[in-house]
Design a protein around this ligand. Sequence first.
Ligand SMILES: [Zn+2]
Length: 116
Amino acid sequence: MNDPIPNQNQLIETKLKNRTQIQTEILQICRHLHARNLLAAADGNLSYRMSDQEILITPTGVTKAFMTLEEVAVINLQGDIISGHPSSERLMHLEIFRRCPKAKAIIHAHPPTAIA
Ligand SMILES: [Zn+2]
């Protein structure tokens, strides 16, 4: 008989899968932005709010087009670093997430034409 209520392992599996999917999308978006020359060198950063306790954010000092899934860092809304080396511009992301509870994702591009 099938148990309609997922057990703890299934819940953890679903959560990990979701995180991996979002990390993959972050990588894809970074590559698109880089291909369109909107992320020069290691500049620019992206973040995604899974929850207030789990915010995925691109790493500091890494060229986003060549970033790996494992390099995507995790922080929380209070600014604690859960894993990785989050972007040095994370405080700006956190401020936006705090002020806009509906905001799920932030893309901070660095088009050379805008910053030159
Ligand atoms: Zn910036």
